[in-house]
Design a protein around this ligand. Structure first.
Ligand code: ZN
Length: 256
């Protein structure tokens, strides 16, 4: 076990306590609704059933930031099964549907937000709602770039220099606006559409992000570099055996 753990870490980066190998599912949600499911919309009753499922299997739902510390070796590994819950895009149903549930059940959640939409797009959360949720101590607000571009499309239609500047702006402006508006450090990034490559990872590192998340599926494992850490997209059909398969599956198709 000790040798296997040491093999995960580049020379000199192995933490003093020599982490045993562990993995944890990071669940990725988008929208919630009281009655109607959709491709990226989970019904409130389904979300509650999913929380119950995790509870019955003794998963501790931990803040993503804590899990990142464990994955990077800055904190000791968890003593039992652990999962993290993330929600992308800042849809208003995060406030109307998700927030009452997590406040009642005391579940920590990380929101990945693109600030250009906040208090702006009709479907989006407001800054006041984000502040109220953050004040509960259960909600951590992190970056989903500034306006949620498709980096693959942008790369095709821009010159190399223009594209590099565009990427830097999307990563740094989101971080600085969220930090200024909400007064908390922003070091985690969800890649829009799950699109990430080594160039984007390098830009995120330069911008000061400690971890980045895609939709590659499978459980997150300890690594020296966490800038393309997999998450598992969760839908309304993921109940019971389907949820077990989703969380345990080695890979899943990307959902936007
Ligand atoms: Zn998104």
């Amino acid at each position: 076990m000790l040798l296997a753990a040491a093999a995960l870490w580049p020379l000199g980066a192995c933490p003093a306590w020599a982490a045993p190998v562990f993995s944890a599912p990071i669940l990725a949600y988008h929208r919630f609704d009281p009655l109607k499911a959709g491709p990226t919309t989970v019904r409130d009753s389904t979300f509650l059933a999913q929380l119950d499922w995790l509870d019955r299997r003794h998963y501790a739902v931990t803040p993503l930031r804590t899990l990142v510390d464990q994955l990077s070796g800055r904190a000791p590994p968890p003593s039992g099964p652990e999962a993290a819950i993330t929600v992308d895009d800042g849809h208003v149903s995060v406030f109307t549907d998700l927030f009452p549930i997590i406040r009642w059940r005391r579940i920590p959640v990380t929101l990945f937000i693109y600030p250009s939409a906040i208090s702006n797009a009709p479907y989006a959360l407001t800054w006041a709602q984000l502040r109220e949720m953050q004040a509960s101590g259960l909600v951590d607000v992190q970056s989903h770039t500034y306006w949620h571009p498709n980096f693959r499309t942008e790369k095709k239609r821009r010159t190399a220099a223009d594209y590099a500047a565009f990427v830097d702006l999307q990563l740094t402006r989101s971080k600085s606006v969220l930090e200024a508006r909400l007064g908390r450090p922003v070091t985690l990034l969800a890649w829009p559409y799950g699109i990430v490559d080594p160039e984007l990872e390098a830009a995120a590192r330069r911008a000061g992000y400690a971890a980045g998340f895609d939709f590659a599926g499978g459980q997150a494992k300890p690594a020296a570099d966490l800038l393309s850490t997999p998450r598992i997209p969760i839908g309304d059909g993921d109940r019971g055996p389907a949820l077990a398969a989703a969380l345990g599956a080695p890979s899943r198709a990307m959902r936007p």
